[in-house]
Write a protein that binds this ligand. Structure first.
Ligand code: 13P
Ligand code: SF4
Length: 305
């Protein structure tokens, strides 16, 4: 019965998607059934690249608020729908534009690099935007000894170590990745001695230190596809296992911690996607004066290959 209902929902969504000339974008942490219905599933960088290029009239963003906002920053003439408007990112709310302005006043010569997990108003105060996939490259390319990095202290710390640069960090963090502890990695490695370990750079430094690689979510997808990888311990939000299992039959994937669940990512459901396409709401819009400034930082990121 459940699958019959999902089947019906899926058909209705696909019909409306066509009528509205919409594209459905999904982050790698979305529910399996949402990933399965999407036109494209990816990490934050791939999703913003996709949003920048699409010729659809409507973007249905299956992710959290800052992701839909980034799509709206890039596409002022399109309708960007976030099927549950309360799907936010707690880390993005750990710094306000006012707080960043105060930090900039303390360091007037500094370059500001802002993780994409941030509000449009904070991006508007920034020189560069970055994601976990390109942060090392972007920071590495900046020729200024003074760099402010916000809001993720752990991604910032990882980038500082990888580039050898000193960054002024903001004390933000991801509550979901904070649930992954060093003992989780130690225990999973004992249970699966042949497995490699990848973790997200939003994890604590003592967790990253125990892993073979720290990668963005799509970086993990690529790593898992390698011929020499048959078993993998994965230190990030648990739903990534849906895509890993789907794309790699015969390989074994283990969540580093089953507690690493992002409740906001789970707020998007097939029902809400259908409703959003039917009502063309909730829509995410960015005030023009903020959008134009935020777009500068996002464009600088997208231009860097
Ligand atoms: P990426 O998919 O860009 O690695 O981001 C992870 C994340 O926490 C998104 O909120
Ligand atoms: Fe934000 Fe963490 Fe959820 Fe990503 S996983 S949306 S960083 S709370």
């Amino acid at each position: 019965m459940v699958s019959q209902r999902a089947d019906k929902l899926e058909k209705e969504i696909l019909k409306l998607r066509k009528e509205r000339n919409a594209i459905i974008l999904s982050h790698n942490y979305q529910r399996g059934e949402v990933q399965d219905i999407a036109d494209f599933v990816g990490d934050s960088l791939e999703l913003s690249q996709k949003a920048a290029k699409t010729d659809a009239d409507v973007i249905v963003f299956c992710g959290v608020h800052f992701m839909a906002e980034t799509a709206a920053i890039l596409n002022p003439d399109k309708t960007v729908l976030l099927p549950d408007i309360s799907a936010g990112c707690p880390m993005a709310n750990m710094i306000t534009a006012d707080q960043l302005r105060q930090q900039k006043q303390k360091m007037p010569g500094a370059t500001v690099v802002t993780y994409i997990n941030s509000t449009a108003a904070v991006k508007a105060e920034s020189d560069y935007c970055c994601t976990s996939a390109n942060g090392v490259k972007i920071v590495g390319s900046i020729d200024n000894p003074e760099i402010i990095f916000v809001p993720d202290q752990y991604l910032g710390d990882f980038i500082a170590r990888m580039t050898g640069k000193t960054l002024t960090l903001w004390p933000g963090y991801c509550p979901t990745h904070m649930r992954i502890l060093p003992e989780d990695i130690i225990n999973r490695r004992q249970e699966h001695p042949k497995a490699r370990t990848v973790v997200h750079p939003e994890c604590r430094p003592d967790v990253i230190a125990l892993a073979d690689e720290a990668l963005s979510t799509s970086g993990m997808i690529r790593y898992a596809a390698r011929e020499d990888v048959s078993e993998l311990i994965v230190g990030t939000e648990v739903e990534i296992l849906h895509r890993l299992n789907k794309e790699n039959p015969g390989k074994q994937f283990y969540a580093a911690s089953k507690k690493a669940v992002c409740p906001n990512m789970k707020k998007i459901t097939l029902d809400k996607i259908l409703e959003a396409l039917g009502t063309m709401a909730p829509e995410v819009k960015v005030p023009e004066e903020i959008r134009v400034c935020a777009k500068r930082a996002v464009d600088r990121m997208l231009e860097m290959r």
